[in-house]
Design a protein around this ligand. Structure first.
Ligand code: URA
Length: 238
């Protein structure tokens, strides 16, 4: 985030007031006066402004549109990871994906360094819904929707919690799936036992937060505090 924006938000002043303050030498970053309004904060710096310590940004939360072929991991010997796509933008942070998408799946991946938050939104007890768009190799049927609502039993005998399957009226092969748990390859395995293959799987939303449609595959941006609240309502940040 730009320094002037950060200072304006933290002190609840306008951007031009923040620029003024910065130009006058009223802002320090990691103990050094910084007069550049467009200085980029990577997260984690100690910022003092107008005589107040704004402190360190507690944690970083990123929304990424994962492209096909990228793996949901922090490091990998062979493949590009979701963390590689940040191109070193947060050198002081150990970011990781909160919840995985398969290499062939696309869409919303949340990257953070807040382990407690990640644990919380992934916990089946929190019931944070994850919304996916799927495209099958065979038409979506009412019987599939009923099986999802009942709780599909996977080939290994595990019964999944009830999930929603909403057929797409315009495309017989497509549907929206809403899950509240995250078992490995869950959607593909659920359709597998119902005799259907999944050709496309795209995560559209986590909780009440939709993937920003302005993000092309591979692009990312910071999640705002208001959006974080939509992601996991009622949970205290940090
Ligand atoms: N279910 C799957 O099968 N794959 C994903 O990537 C996510 C959910």
């Amino acid at each position: 985030m730009r320094l002037d924006k950060y200072v304006a938000q933290a002190l609840q002043i306008t951007r031009s007031q923040a620029r003024n303050l910065i130009a006058k030498g009223g802002v320090t970053v990691d103990g050094q006066v910084c007069k550049k309004a467009d200085a980029a904060l990577k997260g984690g710096e100690a910022v003092q402004a107008g005589g107040q310590t704004l402190g360190r940004e507690a944690f970083v939360y990123i929304m990424l549109n994962k492209p096909m072929g990228v793996v949901s991991a922090s490091t990998d010997k062979r493949d590009t990871t979701v963390v590689d796509l940040l191109q070193g933008a947060f050198p002081r942070r150990e970011l990781f994906p909160a919840g995985r998408l398969d290499k062939t799946s696309t869409g919303f991946v949340l990257l953070t360094d807040d382990g407690a938050f990640a644990h919380d939104i992934l916990s089946p007890r929190r019931h944070v819904p994850k919304t996916y768009r799927v495209r099958l190799d065979t038409p979506v049927t009412q019987a599939m929707a009923e099986a999802f609502a009942q709780g599909v039993t996977l080939a290994d005998g595990q019964t999944m919690q009830p999930a929603q399957l909403i057929p797409d009226e315009a495309d017989p092969l497509a549907a929206t799936v809403v899950l509240r748990q995250g078992v490995y390859h869950q959607i593909k395995r659920m359709f597998g036992v119902l005799g259907a293959g999944v050709d496309e799987l795209h995560r559209q939303a986590i909780g009440g937060l939709e993937l920003d449609p302005a993000l092309a595959p591979g692009q990312w941006r910071a999640i705002t505090p208001q959006e974080l609240e939509r992601l996991a309502p009622g949970r205290k940040k940090g």
